[in-house]
Design a protein around this ligand. Structure first.
Ligand code: C5J
Length: 224
């Protein structure tokens, strides 16, 4: 597509975007985290903090699709028999409702349940790989790295929820595997405003220790 990188305004310094080598990776935009009436809200979280990422993600997704670039999605969840759920994860939090129990949109974080699926606004196209991950990081116990390598991908634009948990963990995992990660701040969300701020600051600290932070408008401007 391009013989030179596109400069994207970013922190701590401009990101050199090679579109054909850059996958848009949308993390865990699942109904149970995002929708009113889902498990996230049932736990007392304000889902509007996450829903504000929908529109900017739609714009980025539309651009990536229009340019026929690589798009991938992840979902956090477990097998119906919970055989891939560590006991430590299951009992963490001591909550009354746990992974595998029945929630408002089916069994919580169980593959195949409606709450586990991706929100309709950002639903994967049939050609876009969906990575089902049992952990917080998208590289742990998945074939994400193999698929990215086979596609010649060296850069990731990481979006989704939540900023401080699955987005941050995935960016760190990707960084250790040699990927350059760019995170658009309006496309990632946290239930907790202070974690949103700190989760982004951690990525771009110390000269970009885990990657770069930008916004969707800067990416779209570079691509246009
Ligand atoms: C994600 C979580 N996706 N917070 N999960 O961040 O448990």
């Amino acid at each position: 597509m391009t013989t030179h990188p596109l400069a994207v305004q970013a922190e701590p310094y401009p990101f050199e975007l090679w579109p054909a080598r850059c996958a848009l990776l949308l993390i865990d935009l699942q109904r149970d985290f995002m929708e009113p009436g889902g498990f996230g809200e049932m736990l007392g979280n304000d889902v509007s903090q996450l829903r504000r990422v929908i529109a900017p993600n739609q714009r980025l997704l539309a651009a990536w699709r229009a340019h026929a670039l690589t798009v991938m999605h992840t979902r956090e969840g477990h097998r119906p028999d919970l055989s891939d759920l560590p006991e430590a994860k299951k009992i963490r939090g001591r909550g009354a409702t746990r992974i595998g129990d029945t929630g408002p949109m089916g069994r919580i974080l169980v593959r195949g349940e409606s709450g586990h699926d991706i929100i309709p606004e950002l639903y994967p196209a049939p050609s876009e790989p969906v990575i089902d991950k049992p952990g917080k990081g998208a590289f742990f116990a998945t074939d994400l790295h193999a698929i990215l390598q086979n596609k010649g991908i060296t850069q990731l634009i990481v979006t989704g929820v939540t900023t401080e948990v699955c987005v941050n963990t995935t960016v760190r995992e990707a960084n250790d595997r040699g990927y350059d990660c760019l995170v658009p701040e309006d496309c990632v969300g946290s239930y907790f405003p202070e974690f949103q701020t700190m989760g982004l600051r951690m990525i771009k600290a110390q000269g970009g220790i885990f990657g770069w932070v930008t916004d969707s408008a800067s990416i779209l401007a570079a691509l246009s």
